[in-house]
Design a binder for this molecule. Structure first.
Ligand SMILES: Cc1ncc(COP(=O)(O)O)c(C=O)c1O
Length: 364
């Protein structure tokens, strides 16, 4: 099979050095391996600008959804109520989790191209004192919009609510000072902006609130407290850990630091995005999200007016020339998406632009 780079929001293109460290089969209870888990947990706290006294990190087998579901199903008590602010498919997935676990949920939806409305959120907080938790998505990968979690965090704090953020596609690509933004639980995964490979998600949690959640879990394998309690002892995972993925993640964290940490990674992604938007607008594509809300992770584009484009045909043309792009996720509009995270540089965006230009010419 011909190789290609991923212009998708994770799994993403990783470095050869990240892939190479997976050529070793670690023993799960060996100290050398357990130390890797502990170091990762420590580093995650540093990336979130929080201290070990107040926060702690838990690694959870499975993809990002497993991490989100672990938090939702483990920390909200039986008599608790979640205020969910959604503007895309990943927010809606949290509502589905609440349905499955029979968790009381007040769900305020927003158009996919607009950020959740703080005024409506405040009205709900005022009129529903039974709300205990507030949840929202940071980078809504459905559209590429970057939601204002800081403002909602301030609101949650003002009303004494526990704030849960799904920062799946943004953590480490966008700086998130967790404590300053009043976030108590944050979820992301190995194959996003830290640039590891898929296999586990991670949760950064307020230590006290995590301790208080003991016994609340509605699922054995997703029991957040129990997963933490095992790991906290000596770094041993409760059940089989994805050893190769964990080792690759440690390497990816090292490379993030070598690149210059989150500020440098964010600058590279933002430059990729700015270049992409500028180039694609010149080709006649339009951004779905207003530029002021567009995040640096993934962009949704509308096709040029009057052009009939078959996504599958366009995808095959671009893949043949070295890049895999992403279909749209909007139900009411014909769109496609380009992710700019991973080992992707301006040169890749320029190459993609040339490929897209030549594809459009084949349609004339
Ligand atoms: C914001 C957000 N939340 C949740 C998920 C679900 O993650 P996964 O597909 O790894 O289960 C994704 C996936 O891209 C995402 O972007």
């Amino acid at each position: 099979m011909k190789n290609y780079k991923l212009l998708t929001p994770g799994p993403l293109t990783t470095t050869d050095s990240v892939k190479e460290v997976m050529m070793f089969d670690y023993c799960t209870w060996d100290d050398d391996y357990k130390v890797i888990t502990q170091q990762i947990r420590k580093n995650l706290l540093n990336l979130a600008h929080v201290s070990e006294d107040e926060y702690t990190a838990v690694l959870m087998q499975g993809s990002g959804t497993f991490g989100v579901e672990s938090v939702i199903s483990s920390v909200i008590p039986e008599d608790g109520t979640l205020l969910l602010l959604s503007n895309g498919a990943y927010g809606e997935r949290i509502a589905k989790m609440c349905d499955y676990h029979k968790i009381s949920c007040i769900h305020i939806t927003q158009d996919y191209d607009k950020t959740p409305d703080a005024k409506k959120a405040e009205e709900a907080l005022k009129s529903h004192p039974e709300i205990t938790h507030v949840a929202m998505i940071h980078s809504e990968t459905t559209s590429g919009i970057l939601n204002d979690i800081k403002s909602i965090g301030e609101l949650a704090d003002k009303y004494g609510k526990i704030f849960i953020v799904d920062a799946m596609s943004s953590f480490a690509g966008v700086d998130i000072p967790m404590k300053d933004w009043h976030i108590s639980f944050l979820i992301s995964s190995a194959n996003k902006c830290i640039q590891g490979v898929p296999g586990f998600s991670f949760i950064i949690a307020n230590r006290q609130l995590l301790l208080e959640s003991k016994g609340r879990a509605r699922s054995l394998s997703l029991d957040l407290y129990d997963q933490w309690a095992g790991m906290e002892k000596d770094g041993k995972w409760r059940y089989t850990s994805p050893t190769h993925v964990v080792r690759a993640f440690a390497q990816a964290m090292k490379e993030l630091e070598e690149e210059g940490g989150i500020p440098a990674r964010h600058a590279r992604y933002q430059h990729n995005m700015d270049t992409l938007v500028k180039n694609f607008e010149e080709l006649g594509f339009r951004l779905y999200v207003d530029k002021s809300w567009q995040g640096p992770i993934i962009a949704t584009f509308l096709y040029p007016e009057g052009k009939q484009i078959d996504f599958k045909d366009m995808y095959a043309y671009i893949k043949e020339r070295g890049y895999a792009i992403y279909p749209g996720k909007l139900t009411d509009m014909d769109t496609f998406r380009i992710g700019v995270i991973g080992e992707i540089y301006e040169e890749d965006i320029q190459k993609l632009t040339d490929i897209m230009k030549s594809y459009l010419e084949t349609l004339n």
